[in-house]
Write a protein that binds this ligand. Structure first.
Ligand code: HEC
Ligand code: HEC
Length: 228
């Protein structure tokens, strides 16, 4: 008798454990299923009219979030924020990464960009252009930023208007961008690893020739200090 009871107890226990783990797995699956559409719905809600193309664009753009942050607002200092980039800037950048001789030797982006068609890039360009650029919060050395402001006004302002916040003619957004990213980008410009227009190259070289790495760092400090 005692034997039977303990056996059925074991069976009940096994049954319980089994149904519990099934229930837990089901819960997890539900949680997963709940998370994904919620994230998408949020992305959709931020976009203007939710046309069919937009859902696809936000789905494509989701694959960039692991590095560039949600909707392109980067939280990692070596990775640029791409939210709010003009469509021209975005498309030019992606095509330059795709093309081996495109003048942009991205550490990672070459391989990533290669996986997207012109249509994909166009769709993502539209998506990111609609997102809000959120300036990165960074510690600022005000004296250094002040020195950078003077260099900016003399050498860079003509093309990087509005303290580097305006992205006209594909000049990109410098204001509020991450310092480490801007620093290595300008080093790549100086070393020739990144091709930019002749006029800009001349100015960056002039600044570096006069003031060295400190002058470049001052410019970067100034752009980072621009929080509009
Ligand atoms: C594994 C990390 C990673 C992923 C994933 C990633 N990126 Fe990037 N991205 C970078 C890094 C790092 C840079 C800086 C350039 C470099 O070193 O390649 C960059 C630069 C860029 C730039 C240039 C910005 C500028 O101002 O020049 C664009 C545009 C861009 N990425 C778009 C995308 C898009 C679109 C996706 C998704 C399809 C994506 N990235 C996915 C890491 C990533
Ligand atoms: C004649 C116009 C012009 C001048 C002057 C100029 N730039 Fe640019 N800059 C551009 C354009 C256009 C781009 C986009 C080109 C590209 O990345 O291929 C650019 C891109 C950049 C980028 C890369 C941004 C990114 O995330 O991709 C940085 C950093 C930059 N400029 C800094 C400067 C600094 C600092 C100066 C002054 C010393 C300067 N520029 C002067 C036109 C100019």
């Amino acid at each position: 008798m005692g034997h039977k009871i303990s056996l059925s107890t074991i069976f009940v226990a096994i049954g319980l454990t089994f149904s519990m783990s099934v229930a837990m797995a089901a819960d997890e699956a539900k949680a997963d299923a709940k998370e994904a559409p919620a994230a998408e719905a949020k992305a959709d809600a931020k976009e203007a009219p939710a046309a069919g193309g937009d859902a696809r664009a936000s789905m494509l753009a989701n694959t960039c979030a692991g590095c560039h942050g949600t909707n392109g607002v980067s939280t990692g200092p070596a990775i640029p924020t791409i939210a709010g980039l003009g469509e021209e800037t975005f498309t030019d950048a992606m095509n330059a990464y795709k093309d081996k001789d495109g003048g942009k030797n991205g550490t990672i982006m070459g391989r990533i960009a290669a996986g997207y068609s012109d249509e994909d890039i166009e769709a993502m360009a539209g998506f990111f252009a609609k997102q809000k650029f959120v300036p990165a919060k960074q510690e600022i050395d005000t004296a250094k930023a002040e020195a950078g402001k003077k260099l900016h006004e003399k050498n860079c302002k003509k093309c990087h208007e509005d303290g580097g916040a305006s992205d006209v003619d594909g000049s990109s957004i410098l204001a509020g961008q991450w310092k480490p990213y801007l620093n290595y980008t300008l080093k790549d410009v100086l070393s020739g690893d990144r091709t930019v227009g002749k006029k800009m190259l001349k100015k960056v070289k002039a600044v570096h020739g006069d003031g060295g790495d400190d002058a470049i760092a001052a410019l970067v400090e100034y752009y980072a200090s621009q929080q509009k």
